[in-house]
Design a protein around this ligand. Sequence first.
Ligand code: GDP
Ligand code: IMO
Ligand code: MG
Length: 434
Amino acid sequence: MISKKNKADVLLGLQWGDEGKGKIVDVLTPEYNVVARFQGGPNAGHTLEFDNKKYILHTIPSGIFHADNVNLIGNGVVIDPMIFNKELISINLPLKTIKNRLLISRKAHLIIPSHKLLDAALEHSKGESKIGSTLKGIGPAYTDKIARSGLRLGNLLQSDFREQYAILTESHLHKARALGFDTDTVKLDGLTFNEYEKKWFEGAEILKQFPMVDSELFVNNALNDGLKFLAEGAQGSLLDIDFGSYPFVTSSNTIAAGACTGLGLAPSSIGKVYGIFKAYCTRVGSGPFPTELFDENGHILRKEGNEFGSTTGRPRRCGWLDLPALRYSVMINGVTSLIMTKVDVLNGFDEFNACIAYIYKGGEIDYIPFEYDSEEIKPVYKTFKGWKASLEKFEKYDELPQTLLDYIKYIEDFTGVKVSILSTGPDRSETIMK
Ligand code: GDP
Ligand code: IMO
Ligand code: MG
């Protein structure tokens, strides 16, 4: 008899990142056996709050705090051993426990210190038009992957790793100097290059102790064995290298297709696609953001939503929900179920807006044009009535204030997908299932 293979569910961000992926993955983890990251690296900052504690994960999947789960870092992820090691310490679990719960693909690429240096050099050379990168070395590491010159986790175990490392480092230093960048005085996360490199190799020794797997074999065996699998996206669809607001994007495929290439998952093995979005919009770094607010409302969203980057601490740009952009993300990912977060941040508004179309070159359009530039595009807004109430006492979806239910219904009709989960606060417990 042919056994029935399970499908893997995917959860990913539909905006410019920071939609609350970490919190929701942690909430959903008890329904799954395996949680896996498939792309991005330490540019991600996924926040989890429970038992009055707060954790920020960068490389480690957000299922790590559940004793019965396996977590996997897939081949599509880029890993900085120095940051990985810091993260291991920050999550405050015994190293032995983490080793029992975490597997890493030997095909995942390494971010080496000179990738970070090159990231800084490239941003510096761009001047005013810089991307606003997190400067974690993401772009240069993926560049090396595509250029077929990168180093992978499995290379760490080879006897000539130091030589491979030295050759790659030298080529990065050469490029950075050619950009006129001072490579002698550069600081990486506040450390000199040599100090960073020393900590990087210490981290690499720890990383080598983790079980290395071929994620494509692990994933498919797990599905064949009937295990339940959740793939956790990083960043958001509007930061996708192909479909985001290029060039103001990250360097990986953040969309559902990225779960296939970043884990070794066949497209036919994808089950549900959870698309997560905030009740408004935020963005860190540069790039178009048509609904960005520069007025008091923007300040309120930033203050109430505590909109400061989990990875860099930078204030996040805030604005109203952009529905044409959301619908685009729903389409590109084949979203089957929506998750709406940070609904509580709108509690104090008498009324608020959502963008339902754009004015572009004198006409109205309801899609994202190639020249997705905020100077050119003016949002068309629809105003919604607020609920002016705390959502703390609500546990059941149907009992929520009618004006909030009306807002959700409008979003569902606009995107064609139902909302299945609402998040009304940062804690695990502040979650309403429909
Ligand atoms: P991620 O990158 O998608 O995991 O999101 P981040 O962790 O970078 O940013 C989301 C922030 O909002 C974190 O500080 C979370 O603790 C917080 N958060 C998540 N869900 C909610 C919510 O429903 N309401 C509020 N007020 N905060 C939330
Ligand atoms: P999570 O997973 C928000 C943004 C950066 C910058 C651009 C490129 O927490 O949602 P990079 O470091 O990748 O070269 O930066 O992408 N960015 C994020 N913004 N959340 C993230 O991750 C992000 N990761 C990268 O701010 O604009
Ligand atoms: Mg984040």
